[in-house]
Ligand binder design. Structure first.
Ligand code: MF3
Ligand code: CO
Ligand code: CO
Length: 282
């Protein structure tokens, strides 16, 4: 996600939204699947006693073994394959020798480059037995992403319709939507136009058109939406230290709806709660 709308980090990024050709969907399908495979791989390893650095090593080796590229290594000086954001960490948590403990919740975010195409996705994982309020937050965040995807799939919709669908639902659950980070266009670039806000009003922003590729990646807090960055320059945490959760998919807009590029090949879309029913696009 971007730090701010004006701060375009990628050299090849433009502020014009690209419209890709139907033949470009295959590249995104392959990259998206690769990224989702990494998240599937990690499911049995997210448990008490494991370090986030170990998960990062596993992910990097899996990616390199397949001849793919871990997009985050070297990205603006970042040195890891994953972002591992635990409990009150909103995003960009840095893998380390920190040990996961029973009851933690963790977002794992991975971006993989395959043949020049970027696949970017994240999911929530519960560590051991997770408190009910943490489960509820993860369920709400998942549902928020599903509503965002459905809004994006309505032909003729605007970017603001996505944000409005997410914000309305999340706030009705007495949670808050993070404002400081957003989804983004991607393709042969990691972060491109448009900024995909997870709050907003119907009809606002650019119209969603066939051939657009972008992420939807809402971050939802149990407390207030404000965030702050730790002195490491990366780790974003909730200002009030309340719990935060996030899910992310990379999607492409079709004539009739959307294609989700980062669906779980193993069908485990919600590692924290396999009961939840996913929206599969269309
Ligand atoms: N994957 C993140 C996103 O969703 C970006 C992480 S950039 C990193 O856009 F450098 F922190 F890894
Ligand atoms: Co992203
Ligand atoms: Co991501």
């Amino acid at each position: 996600m971007y730090i701010s709308a004006s701060d375009v980090p990628d050299a090849q990024a433009t502020n014009k939204i690209k419209i890709y050709d139907p033949s470009d969907f295959e590249g995104m399908r392959v990259a998206g699947r690769a990224a989702a495979e990494v998240l599937d791989l990690l499911i049995p390893h997210v448990k008490p006693g494991v370090t986030t650095g170990f998960l990062d090593d596993m992910a990097r080796e899996y990616i390199l073994d397949h001849g793919w590229i871990p997009a985050c290594i070297g990205y603006r000086g970042y040195q890891h394959t994953l972002c591992t954001s635990i409990n009150h960490v909103v995003c960009h948590g840095i893998p380390s020798n920190k040990v996961l403990k029973n009851g933690d919740i963790v977002n794992i975010d991975v971006t993989v480059i395959v043949d020049g195409w970027y696949g970017d996705t994240s999911r929530m994982y519960g560590v051991g037995e997770v408190p009910r309020k943490s489960m509820r937050l993860m369920d709400i965040t998942w549902e928020a992403l599903q509503l965002g995807l459905k809004a994006a799939a309505q032909p003729g919709a605007h970017m603001g319709d996505i944000g409005h669908a997410i914000q309305t639902y999340v706030e009705a659950q007495h949670c808050s939507v993070v404002r400081d980070f957003c989804g983004h266009g991607l393709g042969r670039v990691f972060h491109d136009a448009p900024n995909v806000l997870h709050y907003g009003k119907p009809g606002e922003g650019p119209q969603i058109k066939p051939g657009m590729f972008f992420t939807i990646e809402p971050m939802v807090n149990l407390g207030k939406w404000q965030t702050t960055i730790l002195p490491d320059g990366w780790t974003a945490v909730t200002k009030d230290r309340s719990l935060s959760a996030q899910f992310e998919h990379s999607i492409g807009v079709t004539e009739t709806g959307i294609e989700i590029f980062t669906l779980s090949p193993q069908g485990i879309y919600t590692p924290h709660n396999p009961e939840l029913k996913p929206y599969l696009g269309g």
